[in-house]
Ligand binder design. Structure first.
Ligand code: TXA
Ligand code: MG
Length: 359
């Protein structure tokens, strides 16, 4: 299969291309589409064969459920049952947008889509191309992130084309992807709402409208032996091909340690990568060899702009693969607010390998 690739922009949504994409879904095919978080790999969420195809295309274990994307809040009653009041409160505040809610699934949703669970993850994306595409399909779109299983989620068309162009029917591109990290997932089926995956909608934002919100205890603690409630959070994820290490401590200590470790690794013949906040970029540039064959340094953005850092994380991880970096050092960022989502992804990418300052 060689995918038809259509370049769209938010202001120029080619209606013929959207119509063709909708037809492909109706015929049980697969279409990659942009959302405000990351690209999605879409199929008909109500067609069990389409969901099976998604798992096969992505190389994903079939017990890891898919998110069902809708384009109108009224559709919720066709997908979910026993919907709690908290759902409507959150939908009112954050939909359309980067929030996925877990509800009890209705019988309309095939268990192939929910990975065998009797709950379903639902999201109403705000990206206008996603909305037009879902409407054209005349169904609900089951979609995981459009990466091969285990790789960083795609935030640029080149990422999707690299991973999936021979595995899907069509790719709708639009590199205007604002957020760059997957949606926040909140489970509304337990007594208290619980965050299963941190994202752009932070715990603080959810608590402002709901009061206390719990966090799946397995999320940030590498030593926690319980099973994460979102099956997908079990797998090694978001990982670049090289070994990644996070450095945690005072700013000066982190910079000096990364320089020391990088110099040593370069001396041993490794290709190195560094992920840094903008504020520290010049320090690395000034204290390490300027040789792209040996070292690439990625400036993620200013420490005072976590949105920028979040939007650059996956691009950076993919870039390290492109340049074949085999040792990657990254600064550890403050986990407040959106920093929680950023660090969740970086900790997973690094397999929780942290070198910490001893005080
Ligand atoms: O931003 C996003 O959420 C993107 C875009 C395309 O919408 N989608 C995405 O899907 O990140 P995916 O499949 O890569 O991640 C979905 C996560 C997985 O960790 C999965 O285990 C979890 O959601 N999930 C799905 N259904 C669930 C359920 N019923 N209960 C618990 N976790 C669920
Ligand atoms: Mg994913």
């Amino acid at each position: 299969m060689n995918a038809e690739i259509c370049e769209l922009t938010k202001n120029n949504i080619d209606s013929d291309a959207i119509k063709r994409a909708g037809e492909i879904i109706k015929n049980g095919g697969l279409v990659v589409f942009p959302t405000e978080t990351v690209y999605g790999l879409g199929g008909d969420g109500l067609n069990p064969l389409s969901s099976k195809k998604i798992y096969a295309a992505k190389g994903r274990p079939s017990d890891n459920p898919l998110i069902v994307h809708i384009s109108d809040i009224k559709d919720i009653d066709k997908i979910a049952v026993d919907i709690p009041k908290t759902f409507y409160v959150l939908a009112e505040e954050f939909w359309p947008g980067p929030l996925t809610m877990i509800l009890k699934a209705s019988d309309n949703v095939p268990r192939e889509t929910t990975g065998g669970l009797d709950t379903v993850a639902v999201r109403f994306p705000s990206h206008p191309i996603a909305k037009a595409f879902i409407e054209a399909a005349g169904s609900y779109i089951a979609a995981p992130s459009a990466n091969l299983s285990g790789r960083p989620s795609p935030t640029k068309s080149s990422h999707v084309i690299e991973d999936l162009s021979d595995r899907v029917d069509m790719i709708l591109t639009c590199d205007d992807i604002e957020i760059g990290l997957e949606s926040t997932i909140v489970d509304l089926t337990a007594e208290k709402p619980m965050i299963l995956r941190p994202g752009f909608i932070t715990k603080e934002m959810l608590e402002e409208v709901l009061g206390e919100v719990q966090v799946d205890p397995t999320l940030m603690d590498a030593n926690c032996t319980a099973r994460p409630k979102a099956p997908g959070m079990r797998y090694r994820h978001y990982a670049p091909k090289g070994d990644m290490i996070l450095y945690k401590g005072s700013v000066q200590w982190v910079k000096e340690e990364i320089v020391k470790a990088t110099n040593k690794a370069i001396g041993e013949g490794h290709k190195c990568g560094i992920m840094t906040a903008h504020e520290d970029y010049d320090y690395y540039r000034d204290n390490l060899p300027f040789d792209e064959e040996k070292l690439v340094i990625v400036d993620l953005g200013s420490i005072s702009n976590m949105e920028a850092i979040a939007s650059n994380v996956y691009k950076a991880l993919r870039y390290f693969d492109t340049v074949k970096a085999d040792i990657i050092s990254s600064e550890y960022f403050d986990r407040h607010g959106l920093g929680e989502a950023v660090m969740n992804r970086l900790l997973k990418a690094a397999g929780h390998h942290i070198i910490e300052e001893v005080l």
